[in-house]
Design a protein around this ligand. Sequence first.
Ligand code: ATP
Length: 321
Amino acid sequence: MTARPVLKLTNLTKRFGQILAVNGLSFEVYEGDIFGFLGPNGAGKSTTLYMIAGLVHPTSGSIEVLGHPHTDYRHVRTQVGMLIEVPAFYEHLSARKNLEVLGRLHAALPRTRIDEVLERVGLLDRAKDAVREFSHGMKQRLGIAQALLHSPRLLLLDEPTSGLDPEGSVSIWKLLRSLVDEEKMTVFVSSHLLHEVEENCNRIAVINQGVLVACDEVRKLLFFSKEDFLLMFEDPSVRARAEIYLRSREGVEIFAAPPHDTQAASLLGEDTVWIRTKHGLMPTLLSELVEHKLTPRAVIPQRKTLRQFFFELTRRQPLTL
Ligand code: ATP
């Protein structure tokens, strides 16, 4: 059974004068996703988030939130919680007071809700402290508490762990996981921190220059690389002959060391070769190896890291990130 889309973008486009910031974006975010939204600087992530949040009008295309068009602002307001700017607080007021002030904007907020969200974000024991005494990580958690006040179904977050130390980041991701698992929420999060996204998101979309370049489960995108393989042969002599053949074969590149830092690297030995093939070449290559009596005893597709995947997609050098 396909999960139902909580968020659906169809041909979403935004033009600022001459700049086409978002260009025909279409994808869906499903219930229970922690969905990572990635792209290099200027790719159009914030513009997309603003459009979903109803803060920027699309030039064309549509956004649906739980089956309602984004132009149904009342529905979006009640179903979506967001933290897409630096959270704003009354610094001299306590965490609880800040939530109370904001809570007045939400009709019929149960009295217990403020303590509930403070507990959820791990700040109940600091509820009486002035926000000016809070660390960056605590402020981020309080910002998420603000976004959660009205019990939204979809949470939009822009770079929620940016500037946090590793412990702070882990606590935010744990919080997001608990919201999904225990409160049936869906989380849509933009981030530049690819290792965090790889660890914590189940699905991602990557955009580049306003255009969608990938959207799928992280597991599928990274585990089943169609180009990188470890070939294992019966013994080093077969391997040596196979390598001579592979070196002369157009569309095949041989790596001296594993192209990716994976567990399979530990399998590297005298009977193995690491190759990258032209897209879709592997089936043909395999029958050629069989024909030449160079049949590998195992062909192991290599897992990429999200970082490698991202740079290949967006064609930028890692040093520029
Ligand atoms: P970053 O990772 O740096 O935050 P981003 O992916 O969020 O980047 P956007 O901020 O959405 O990218 O910008 C996409 C493009 O749209 C950029 O070329 C930017 O200059 C342009 N842009 C964004 N907002 C405006 C605006 N209000 N007026 C004109 N151009 C804009």
